[in-house]
Design a binder for this molecule. Structure first.
Ligand SMILES: Cc1cc2nc3c(=O)[nH]c(=O)nc-3n(C[C@H](O)[C@H](O)[C@H](O)COP(=O)(O)OP(=O)(O)OC[C@H]3O[C@@H](n4cnc5c(N)ncnc54)[C@H](O)[C@@H]3O)c2cc1C
Length: 499
């Protein structure tokens, strides 16, 4: 702790809470709801760096921003979703706003509080948290018995843009979608979008009609699932005047049932699934379009997240002649656009770098444990939620192949069960520790890249905790297993050490 920080702390009041939730995105707001309902009497505060709730859905403001998974499963288990399955950021924010209002959560959330450090003291069994006000720069101090990390996995305000040669020479505007400005005038302009993931699939249909032309440049193609933004089962149940909470429950179960079958097939018969996905794309683009070059990925389905494309809107832009796909590599930027390795130049007024995220490892917070700096890469994860040597902390890291919120709800139940268990036992500290039989276990990177390999994870893997080769010591990324396994975890098992 620096001298100034010590000074600041003695001069300001330190507030104490039983639990401190980091972040007011979908996970943090859900956490607040579950704490209030499952652990009544537990004091807590949510600290959020941004000036409002929503996380991802607040910080992303580019045209067309929407979910790529359905809101029946991306929505909370406890709050029915009543809109179309794929939702805009504004619709998700409004849904979250209702959750906050209906459950009177606002009083426990402090915005514009960026946490910069968190220190654990084993003597006091407490975390001490320093947060800086993003408007005044003022420091505020908190102590908490438990840290519930809902800070997501990427930096909200700065996206990842690779360094390309000659970027300075480009005379137009280069912008990352995460830094979108409302005054960016793209009307009648030639826009080049670099990247073809979910972001590109969302922004391109939203701007294509107003631009002169949009070109999507990709190094390699991505899988998409085009389909109607409707859920037939929900529509039928609504016609039958079934109550919304029941519709929510049934439709979630049906979607999860179908997704499980799809995921298992993607692993057991990847070529068949690939052919089906490509047929879906061909149906929109017609027999003459070069689907092999532009829409046939080199990886097996589900190695990266598959974006759902409502009503095939990106494909409609292509067939209308407003958008063009180019599969090639950048040699360098030039004054008028980019020169490709094939020798062709793509001219543009605006270049949108939809090139991914910067990983944020546990909130970019400086952690110490008993005054020693904590490097998460030196820890081993317990089921992708807790870490060896790190007491009283849990991180919500959702699923890649199923909606994130399924896990944030599931782990919220776990945190509440753990907190209630500690209370009943009369203990103040819980840590996970390798068991006798785990000591010779090989320690592997956080993610099995054979199974899943998004770029931001590959770039940041060396900073993340390690995984073991047993189910207890890895994030399985499998909702269908975890939905039964997590509620059945024996909190008095040998991997939990209490003090
Ligand atoms: C464009 C886009 C679309 C997506 N669509 C889907 C989808 O359809 N389905 C799906 O399952 N997933 C989707 N995801 C993944 C998505 O990020 C998660 O599903 C989910 O929104 C994450 O919620 P979260 O609350 O855990 O984290 P976030 O939404 O990232 O929120 C974390 C919050 O913590 C705050 N925070 C971080 N560090 C600190 C700190 N040090 N101090 C204080 N506050 C801090 C941040 O400001 C932020 O508000 C999408 C992601 C993006 C970027």
């Amino acid at each position: 702790m620096t001298e100034t920080a010590t000074l600041a702390r003695t001069e300001t009041k330190t507030e104490h809470f039983d639990v401190l939730i980091v972040g007011a995105g979908i996970s943090g707001v859900g956490g607040a709801y579950h704490l209030g309902t499952q652990c009544p009497g537990t004091s807590y505060v949510v600290l959020e760096a941004l000036d409002g709730f929503g996380g991802t859905w607040l910080s992303h403001t580019y045209p067309g921003i929407r979910s790529d998974s359905d809101l029946y499963t991306f929505g909370y288990r406890f709050k029915p979703w009543v809109g179309p399955p794929i939702a805009t950021a504004a619709e998700i924010l409004s849904y979250m706003g209702e959750v906050i209002e209906e459950n009177d959560l606002a009083k426990n959330i402090r915005y514009k509080h960026k946490i910069v450090s968190a220190s654990w003291s084993s003597k006091d069994n407490l975390w001490t948290i320093e947060a800086h006000r993003t408007d005044t720069g003022e420091a505020s101090w908190f102590t908490a018995g438990f840290l519930w990390m809902c800070q997501g996995y990427y930096r909200q305000l700065k996206g990842y843009t690779p360094e390309w040669e000659g970027m300075d020479s480009f005379k137009g505007t280069i912008i990352h979608p995460q830094e979108w400005r409302d005054d960016l005038d793209y009307k009648g302009k030639n826009v080049l979008v670099i990247g073809s993931g979910a972001t590109a699939a969302t922004v391109v249909p939203a701007i294509a009609a107003d631009c002169n032309h949009v070109t999507v440049l990709q190094r390699s193609p991505t899988y998409f699932i085009p389909g109607r933004n409707e859920n037939d089962l929900a529509n039928i149940l609504r016609e039958l005047e079934i109550a919304e909470p029941i519709i929510h429950d049934i439709v979630r179960k049906k979607i999860l049932f179908d997704q499980e079958a799809f995921t298992r097939r993607a692993i057991s018969e990847p070529e068949v699934v690939k052919a089906e996905l490509l047929a879906g794309v061909r149906a929109y683009l017609g027999p003459d379009y070069d689907v092999d070059t532009h829409f046939t990925p080199r990886y097996r389905p589900w190695r990266q997240r598959i974006a759902f494309v409502p009503d095939g809107d990106i494909f409609k832009g292509i067939t209308a002649g407003k958008a063009t796909m180019v599969t090639d590599e950048i040699d360098r930027f030039v004054e008028k656009g980019v020169l490709l390795k094939s020798g062709k130049t793509l001219e543009a007024d605006i270049i949108l770098t939809a090139t991914g995220f910067n990983l944020n490892v546990l909130g970019d917070i400086d952690f110490t444990i008993d005054d020693k700096p904590l490097n998460f890469a030196d820890t081993v994860t317990y089921r992708g939620m807790m870490f060896t040597g790190v007491p009283n902390m849990l991180w919500i890291f959702g699923y890649f192949r199923a909606s994130w919120t399924l896990r944030s709800d599931l782990l919220a139940d776990f945190v509440c069960r753990l907190l209630n268990h500690m209370k009943a036992k009369g203990v103040k500290r819980v840590e996970v520790a390798l068991r006798e039989e785990d000591h010779n276990m090989p320690l592997l990177p956080w993610l099995d890249t054979d199974n899943f390999n998004p770029g931001y994870m590959l770039r940041g893997m060396h900073l993340l905790p390690k995984r073991g080769d047993k189910p207890e010591w890895a994030h399985s990324q499998d909702y269908w297993r975890e939905k039964d396994e997590v509620p059945a975890i024996d909190l008095d098992g040998p991997e939990f050490v209490y003090h």
